[in-house]
Design a protein around this ligand. Sequence first.
Ligand SMILES: CC(C)(COP(=O)(O)OP(=O)(O)OC[C@H]1O[C@@H](n2cnc3c(N)ncnc32)[C@H](O)[C@@H]1OP(=O)(O)O)[C@@H](O)C(=O)NCCC(=O)NCCS
Length: 285
Amino acid sequence: MEPKLRSGTPADAEACGTICYEAFKAISEAHGFVPDFPAPEVAIDVLTQMLTNPKFYSVVAEIDGRIVGSNFLDERNRIAGVGPITVDPAVQNRAIGRRLMDAVHERATDKNFVGVRLIQAGFHTRSLSLYAKLGYDVREHLACMQGNVLGVSIEGHVARSATEADINSCNQLCQQVHGHDRGGELKDAIARGSATVVEHDGRITGYASVVGFFGHALGETNKDLKALIGAAKEFAGPGFLLPTRNGELFRWCLSNGLRVAQPMTLMSKGLYNEPAGAFLPSILY
Ligand SMILES: CC(C)(COP(=O)(O)OP(=O)(O)OC[C@H]1O[C@@H](n2cnc3c(N)ncnc32)[C@H](O)[C@@H]1OP(=O)(O)O)[C@@H](O)C(=O)NCCC(=O)NCCS
């Protein structure tokens, strides 16, 4: 049955959020993992924020006037972030996901984004296959890390709350590490009061929009990331995403008692610069 696609509106949040919750719950529980969203209300809340933010493009799939899935494009930065994409478990594996992915790719092309990225649930064979078929390359294997806060400080690397005055330095640092800045997200995080920076030798050498599922972080060295992780008041959501190729940081987290909640994969299509520094991606990439 051919789905009809249209733009999302805030009125779709409840139906899309409920499907989002059910779809992730079904796939996580089938593999013995804790669902990403603990309750439908949390997914509805996240999608409400996206559906009401003009910097997010949304697409909804309907069959016979009933919503069966949705997808999003985070347009706050030069590289766009795809997801969360979810399809009603009752109609999965019938090409609705492919249609929802095609729709955000068309949008990304129209808006001249040089690349798109997403984070994939590492245990999910279907999404991995679909994204690879659509042209995405695997860039990083990630571990979603969770546990008690560390309360650890790193000598000479001091973490503090970020302010608007830090944005330029943070954007320069992001440019240095990733080849583009993520100023749109950082600005939102500073407004929410969740962003932190780390200072070393009198200058900013790292920052985090949030040390958690929906936040990204980066630094010149692992010491900067350790200072940010060590100072975090919580690891919001299911956990923060750590590239396991960074074995030194991974082992430091493990030796401080953090645990791997689930494997995930960073995938990209279009422009991708190999990061020149330490980083933690967000679930939105
Ligand atoms: C992931 C999801 C959005 C995909 O949507 P869908 O409508 O089920 O998927 P589609 O039918 O469009 O596409 C699946 C594709 O993968 C292929 N596929 C599925 N399992 C496969 C496997 N094990 N090996 C190879 N290919 C596989 C299918 O053949 C199909 O390919 P095609 O488009 O060339 O025919 C949906 O399954 C979902 O909501 N899952 C739960 C939530 C989730 O994981 N979201 C993504 C977070 S990363």
